[in-house]
Design a protein around this ligand. Structure first.
Ligand code: SF4
Length: 465
């Protein structure tokens, strides 16, 4: 669709859609998970396992430490320069990994490993090697495993890159956010283009197969013009993948965001223009829009997964590992099993204490009903693939989509009038180019738990745009 027409249409309908909506990295969303789901329930679900005893696993490790606080950040992080904290963290992590390993069949090894944070390269190269050894002794990696890490260019030196490559990491993701010095000053993250460029160069030279760069739109002082310049600098680095996140103004989670003057944040219409500008620029540069906030080169495996319908989404972002159990380690880490979620204590002292007591630190979780499993599939299909196919629903769940979800499909009629979706007589839903921008709103139609998630009227989710 012509970008100017797309923008004009979006501006016209946006007031009806720009409201708080979940990001749907899980279904049901985290606010409805329950604290009566604790370590016993998690260990039981882990041990019960619904799949084959040699099924692969996806592993996530949350390294919570950062040297300084970026003012936009809503991640779970501990700002510290105390070297004792990472050492103690590694001791506890070892215990947690061993406790999970004990209840799983030995043949369950890993097909994917990802370290996020926080800042994984806050760890020293020796600590990186130690953590990696602990993990692969417990969960050997299968040949061809995807091994990825998030790094902060401001603290990642040559020795870190070498240690990561020697361990076997093959994908690296760098936070950039924005290259404009004025924006960087406002968000408290000074990171010149040259610093990022040097790290990209170093990573490629040492053999990383894939480099991802993260950007955020909607930050203080951003304009279309300033973000165009950031995009030019980013594209000159030729990343293999790009993530373009919407800044989430969630001051009830990230109190330091209160320091941002509302007047310095771009207006919703400007934020939308920046987003559309970025999409256009990245498409022109040859990237494919993988959906929601991810872009990749056409030969990237995410692009292939989008084309063959296997693309899915989990807490680590878009993934090709559909249906693989995800095990999360570290404070606040989330595990996603076939029919349950479990999240560990967020703050470091509680996580240490819980692991010391029980081996795992489950704070809350959720067991999915059959209805939840269906709706998770519907929402995931809509968000990741831009469609729900009635025949695929029938093959998977043995029922007719238009009968089981007549009410939900009826509630999509206004979105069809707004040209966000098309519906056919079997109930198949297809998201249009216009609808992709607001796909989180469309997904809410299938979310039976949404009233519970916002039931106490506290702000819970970030806005759609
Ligand atoms: S954005 Fe990254 S580096 Fe900055 S505080 Fe958050 S987790 Fe740490």
């Amino acid at each position: 669709m012509d970008p100017e027409r797309l923008l004009a249409q979006l501006e016209r309908i946006l007031p009806r859609y720009d409201r708080p909506v979940p990001r749907y990295t899980s279904y049901p969303t985290a606010p409805v998970w329950r604290e009566d789901y604790g370590p016993d329930a998690f260990l039981e679900d882990l041990g019960a396992g619904a799949g084959a005893p040699d099924e692969g696993l996806s592993l996530y490790v949350h390294v919570p430490f950062c040297a300084s606080l970026c003012h936009f950040c809503a991640c779970n992080r501990v700002i510290t320069r105390d070297p004792a904290l990472p050492e103690r963290y590694l001791d506890t992590l070892q215990r947690e990994i061993e406790a999970v390993r004990e209840v799983l069949p030995a043949a369950r090894t890993a097909t994917q490993l990802h370290w996020g944070g926080g800042t994984p390269t806050h760890l020293s190269p020796d600590q990186i090697r130690r953590l990696y050894e602990t993990l692969i002794q417990a969960f050997p990696l299968r040949p061809g495993a995807e091994v990825s890490v998030e790094v902060d260019p401001r603290v990642t030196g040559e020795a870190h890159v070498e240690a990561l490559r020697a361990c076997g990491f093959n994908r690296i993701s760098m936070g950039v956010q924005d290259f404009d010095p004025r924006v960087q000053q406002a968000i408290h993250r000074a990171q010149p283009v040259e610093m990022t460029a040097a790290l990209v160069e170093r990573a490629r030279r040492s053999g990383f197969e894939s480099v991802n760069l993260d950007l955020i739109y909607g930050l203080p002082y951003q304009t279309e013009e300033s973000f165009r310049e950031t995009l030019d600098s980013v594209l000159a680095l030729q990343p293999d993948r790009l993530a373009l996140y919407s800044y989430a103004h969630v001051t009830w989670v990230a109190k330091q965001q209160r320091g941002f003057e509302r007047k310095n944040l771009p207006e919703p219409a400007t934020k939308l223009r920046i987003f559309l500008l970025a999409i256009r620029r990245l498409l022109d540069a040859g990237y494919l829009f993988i959906g929601l906030d991810h872009f990749a080169r056409p030969d990237d495996e995410l692009s292939r997964a989008l084309a063959d319908g296997s693309l899915r989404r989990n807490f680590m972002g878009q993934t090709t590992q559909a249906g693989v159990d995800l095990l999360g380690f570290g404070p606040s880490a989330i595990s996603e099993l076939r029919a349950s979620y479990a999240q560990s204590h967020r703050d470091l002292p509680s996580w240490h204490a819980a692991v010391a007591e029980r081996g795992v630190a489950t704070l809350r979780g959720f067991r999915l009903s059959r209805d939840d499993v269906e709706r998770r599939w519907l929402i995931s299909s809509l968000i990741c693939l831009g469609e729900i196919r009635a025949e695929e629903y029938r093959a998977r769940f043995g029922a007719e989509l238009r009968e089981g979800y007549a009410d939900e499909l009826g509630r999509l009629a206004p979105a069809a009038e707004d040209k966000l979706v098309t519906l056919d007589e079997e109930g198949s839903v297809r998201v249009t180019d216009l609808g992709r921008v607001l796909v989180r709103n469309l997904a809410t139609v299938f979310d039976r738990h949404l009233p519970e998630a916002g039931a106490d009227s506290r702000p819970t989710f970030s806005r759609a745009v």
